[in-house]
Design a protein around this ligand. Sequence first.
Ligand code: 3HC
Length: 303
Amino acid sequence: SSIANKMNSSLGRTIKTVTVIGGGLMGSGIAQVAAETNHQVIIVDQKQEFLDKSLNIIQTSLKRIIKKKFEQDQQGGEKYFNDVKNRIKTTTNVNDAVQSTDIVIEAIIENLETKQKLFKQIDQVAPKHTILTSNTSSLPITEIAKDVQRQDKFGGLHFFNPVPVMKLLEVIRISGTSDETFQTLLNFGKALGKTTVSCKDTPGFIVNRLLVPYLLEAARMIERGDATPEDIDTAMKLGAGYPMGPIELLDYVGLDTSKYIVDGWKKLYPNEPSFQASELLNKIVGEGKFGRKTGAGFYNYKK
Ligand code: 3HC
């Protein structure tokens, strides 16, 4: 009933300050959305140049949004831009960043040991109430949280690229996650303007579990010579109503990211038939072509 829902949502705490670790495409998008929805945000990355790049990604995206949202109101647009920017700070020091924060969202490289080490450190310096979350696309949240004491304040928050546009947020709880933390994460998702779904801590959660095998099968279709990349993309756009075809989407998500995801799954679940690699994908990644962000992938983006 609606009363039960109200009681549930009042269980959670309100998130005001957000620390995003990793200023890549996902981290930047998460930071932007959090700042646009009135949260105080700190982005952490290892080098100042990564942070500068992150702020650039955010500014470019904000300008696209403002162009539409404030079409007739240049002053309003400028104010929005400055207000959002002023809510975002950056630092290269993790310990400083988590000193006083309500939630940490980790969006660094998909490497289990690196994530475990990072959370062990954060767990020791962050205030007791701070909730720790990972935006991992493919690694088990339970494993990422392995060395953390505050199991009750750990969970998964999985966003989608481009974060400012995609409406979904997957919220994952592990066995130790408390009801209060889970409810706080659902409330936070709503506060970010996202629709939340939840799923057990299983490979790829909902979206990637279905999406990644489909993307790989599209790559294998090219490999087998069944159809051209262009025809595969046209087919899924016009025949299945997808906004992007699978090959375009692989380039968009990043071929390196996609390869990481499947390689990880294959290692953990060698007998799962939908987690098989694509030789063509591996070959293109081996050539240093990671998709749109490097100017080339399955397609060429250099003008
Ligand atoms: N920031 C702000 N606004 C953006 C944006 C961004 N980064 N990207 C797109 N937009 C908005 C803009 O308003 C843009 O209008 P504009 O061109 O006037 O600025 C509008 O979206 C439309 O964009 P485009 O004309 O460039 O192209 P589309 O109409 O195709 O929309 C899209 C772009 C929303 C990305 C759409 O193609 C889409 O939904 N693609 C599929 C994306 C998807 O499946 N993402 C999930 C990937 S899986 C994942 O992320 C999980 C991870 O774990 C791997």
